[in-house]
Design a protein around this ligand. Structure first.
Ligand SMILES: [Zn+2]
Ligand SMILES: [Zn+2]
Length: 158
């Protein structure tokens, strides 16, 4: 049985059966679990206001192609990200409140809150974005990562 919820599968899709499992993850309570059956993008750290309000701190997102992300559980809820300049929406677990996914309108990939992935992920931190929105307590580390890179900067996919 396969159905669609805004481009994300809620139930197992037999077409995904042969695709190699790359990663698994879940919310705090386990009512929402997911699998990634394709490449994952390295983790981008987002200091924007909306990630901060949504997660309580800065955002840390891996990403996967929408077609590679399989989500299980009826507790997943999507909300509009109210002031997003990319008309994004965000998904969370309605049972425990865990922040899970981020998706720009008409995007072909979905951001995955990195902390929801089961380690080891094989991922690295790739960049800081929206650094001008970082609040006073969020001092950016001298980690050598690109800050607000232009579109020529493409994080690694593994
Ligand atoms: Zn949950
Ligand atoms: Zn953000």
């Amino acid at each position: 049985m396969c159905s669609e919820t805004g481009g994300i599968r809620r139930f197992y899709d037999p077409h995904m059966e042969d695709a190699q499992l790359r990663a698994t993850g879940r919310c705090l309570c386990g009512a929402v679990t997911f699998e990634v059956r394709g490449l994952l993008r390295d983790v981008v750290l987002c200091h924007c206001v909306e990630c901060r309000r949504w997660s309580g701190t800065y955002g840390a997102f891996a990403a996967a192609a929408n077609d590679d992300l399989v989500v299980y559980g009826d507790a997943l809820r999507w909300i509009e990200s109210p002031a997003s300049n990319r008309h994004a929406r965000r998904a969370f677990c309605s049972e425990c409140g865990s922040s899970l996914f981020w998706q720009a309108a008409d995007a072909e990939r979905t951001g995955i809150a990195a902390g929801t992935l089961d380690p080891p992920t094989g991922l690295q931190r790739a960049a800081h974005i929206y650094t001008h929105d970082a609040p006073d307590w969020d001092a950016l580390p001298e980690d050598g990562l690109p800050r607000d890179p232009d579109s020529s900067h493409v994080p690694r996919w593994t």
